[in-house]
Design a protein around this ligand. Sequence first.
Ligand code: PHE
Length: 454
Amino acid sequence: MSAVKRETFGSRSAVILTMAGSAIGLGNIWRFPYMVGEHGGGAFIVLYIIATLLISLPVFVAEATLGRRSRTSAYGAMARLAPGKPFWKSAGILAVIIPTVIASYYSVIGGWSLEYLFQSATAAFVRNDPERVSALFGSFISSPFRPVAMHLLFLAACAYIVGRGVKSGIERFSKITIPILFVLIVAIAVYSISLPGARAGVAYLVRPDFSQLTARSFAFAMGQSFYSLSLGMGAIITYGSYVSREENLLVSSAGTAVSDLLFAILAGFAIMPAVFAAGIEPGAGPGLVFQSIPYVFSVMGEHLPVISTIVSVVFFVAIIVAAMTSLISLLEVGVSYLVERHGVRRPRACMLLFLVCGGVGVLCSLSFGPLAGMKIAGLSLFDLLDWLSSNILLPVLAFLVVIFVGRVLKREDLCEELSYAHPGNARLFGVVYFLIKWVAPIAVALLFVTNFIL
Ligand code: PHE
């Protein structure tokens, strides 16, 4: 180990805001609303809430505890607590590779948001007719230069913040931006609900139609909730390692999960009513944010160009900030590994990650255009990485973590870690432990299997 002194987050609100920064991201604004649209509206939200509270939250506690107890990067966390067991050492390798891969293509989507911010700010959506606006997406992502440049710009900004340090970079950025993000999303939701014809969208969200749910919806709700809470990627283990021993991890984990849940639901209300108001299909899939929403701005812009331009700028600023704080947490996993394991200086570690994720991301971006013909197992590089990481690697790592925390770590040690400064937690411990030891592994294993058979 190098002699670098470990930083810790400054306060409870700093812990929650930084962790919420990781959790709240494209998963909430981009993925959640289209999943809701594809899986029966409000009914999916109900499932999602149950999955978050019963399964993802305990796994979150497991990851954060693992980080705090080991006080080291995601790579070394399990190896340090189970010395001499090579299996857990190799699990640590996964915990560094997965987030770095995800960071590469996450940054490509971040780059798209940046482009859309420029488009909104120049009133491109308002000036063009709706059909052209939604067609813009396909031609933009397949072009060879602009999306690549945007991806690199986006990544560089995030790497820069990570380079400033845990407290003065990551914590500070999240403390400023996450509260603003909540204000922005509420403002957009209010606007969206006030549009003529938005009622149907609100009804869609609040009136659950359980007949639409299938076994697949369960798997999707759980997978989405894992993704949204940044689980199975080493990010929460890493952030957990910066939480002081005095902090009540149960409270800060619950605070993070609730903020993330709330934000996802607010994002649903920001997007669905507007989508209904513009008369578009709610189940439009991944194109929802980059095609349907600009379409909405274009339709609204015919009558109210100024307001529409302002709201569109606010909307893409919100997406960018949300995506940045998540990408930052993904980069930090690799950075903390390089700093602690190899004694690399933080700014240099950020530079290295920029080069690796930048390179992989460029290939991902090009896989929509010039490299579209290059398919691996029938998928483009972008789709392959997305599929591999969310459907295979993420559940595998999450499974390993819950097995480790629930079965390799001693029950007393875990209880001590959670209740040492907060004896009251010992009373809740039985429930948390049961969820981590039994419910979570079974649920994650089922999720993994369902991904294959459904
Ligand atoms: N939770 C983030 C989101 O909702 C994605 C993410 C996953 C970030 C894993 C970090 C680690 O967009």
